[in-house]
Design a protein. Structure first.
Length: 373
């Protein structure tokens, strides 16, 4: 089953919405801003195009949706002012899966966005054209050579589907009691996940390579790992803690064991080497830069273990809300909506216990690429 049938971030603006629970993702985007600035200025100042076409892939719906685009306009506007150059026209595309809450973006967020860039930057409606593009980025989305720059944050760790081959020939689940790669997952499960990631990421690169001309650029931010082991806690602990909470509900009789045994996430956090080798093998892009950034689960910049003691509960609540906002659609479709509140109460407790040994972190990989000429 394709992910678009069951994956979407929690919509709207309620307590459990992605809009209200995406500050950890925003931290990653903010940390990468200087890199985006450098890349976009280099791109713009090479040929000063009269029209700049830019796409943000996996834009979701919330405060992060227009964050990147407005930063890019800001950067170019400042540069043009410095050089006494006329502003280019901006053609901006916001992409996500069809289930994304595009209505909220276009009905409620765009009017104030236009007002703001007009007031602050003098960029009017006739200068900045925004369009939504609903579809999977694992395939073509735009005409040939139509984009200068592609950005994607916090999205490419979602696979196009749950990997095939997670059952034996009798249809018996191989990754029982786990929902992602864990130390105890059989080797064939590791193989199936990596193969799916390689297929998906190669297709992503191939599709984008058609859409940007030679010298077109991309900046991608996705969850990943430093460690070569795909089940290392730095990239899988948030899911192991969720599997633990699901198994607790099984013991209580609140959900069926078979449902947990057959549930696997369409997610993969690659290592730097895996990304590098997939980019090289696909061959359309050259890798310009790699960075690894850590995002603390409590949303702080603080690594001081002494002050951390006091933040353990807040941190657990923070990460629990974040994981709920991104995974509730999948969990509800497998286990039913009634279990979700109880599931995340347990999850929060598991995160508190887990963090008694230290602060939890997400590892984000940042890659910058140029289309080979
Ligand atoms: C965690 S949100 C990230 C939103 C925003 N970019 C940010 O950084 O906060 C991930 C988004 O990727 C989208 N997504 C996942 N798979 C996708 C695909 N194959 N094609 C397009 N969008 C996808 C999801 O629907 C979701 O809105």
């Amino acid at each position: 089953m394709e992910v678009q049938q069951f994956l979407h971030m929690n919509g709207g603006e309620g307590e459990t919405s992605y809009a209200n629970n995406s500050t950890l993702q925003r931290m990653a985007i903010t940390k990468v801003r200087p890199i985006v600035e450098e890349v976009i200025l280099d791109l713009y100042c090479t040929s000063f195009p009269k029209k700049l076409s830019i796409a943000d892939l996996g834009c979701s719906s919330g405060p992060n949706t227009l964050f990147v685009i407005s930063h890019i306009i800001d950067t170019i506007e400042k540069k043009c002012r410095q050089l006494g150059h006329p502003l280019p026209e901006f053609q901006m595309f916001l992409n996500d899966l069809p289930g994304n809450d595009f209505n909220t973006i276009f009905r409620y967020m765009l009017p104030s966005f236009y007002e703001k860039i007009n007031e602050e930057k003098g960029v009017g409606l006739e200068q900045c054209f925004l369009a939504g593009v609903a579809g999977s980025f694992y395939g073509r989305l735009f005409p040939s050579k139509s984009l200068h720059f592609i950005h994607s944050s916090n999205s490419l760790h979602w696979l196009s589907q749950v990997p095939q081959g997670l059952q034996d020939e009798m249809g018996i689940p191989l990754n029982k009691g786990r929902i992602y790669l864990a130390k105890t997952s059989p080797p064939s499960v590791f193989k199936a996940y990596f193969a799916q990631f390689q297929r998906d990421f190669s297709l992503f690169l191939k599709s984008r390579s058609e859409e940007v001309p030679g010298d077109g650029r991309m900046v991608l931010i996705l969850c990943g790992r430093r460690n070569s082991d795909p089940s290392s806690s730095e990239c899988s602990s948030q899911w192991e803690l969720l599997a633990q909470a699901l198994n607790d509900l099984v013991s209580q009789g609140a959900i069926e064991k078979e449902k947990v045994d057959s549930f696997n996430l369409p997610y993969y956090a690659p290592s730097i080497q895996e990304l590098e080798s997939t980019v090289e093998k696909e061959g359309s892009f050259s890798l310009d830069r790699f960075e690894v950034i850590d995002i603390n689960w409590d949303g702080s910049e603080d690594d001081n273990e002494e002050t951390f003691e006091f933040d353990k509960l807040a941190s657990a609540q923070n990460v629990s809300k974040c994981i709920r906002a991104v995974s509730e659609s999948m969990l509800a479709s497998q286990f039913g909506e009634v279990t979700i509140d109880e599931l995340f109460r347990r999850y929060e407790q598991n995160v508190v216990e887990y963090q008694s040994n230290g602060k939890g972190k997400f590892i984000n990989l940042v890659i910058c690429m140029t289309r080979k000429g």
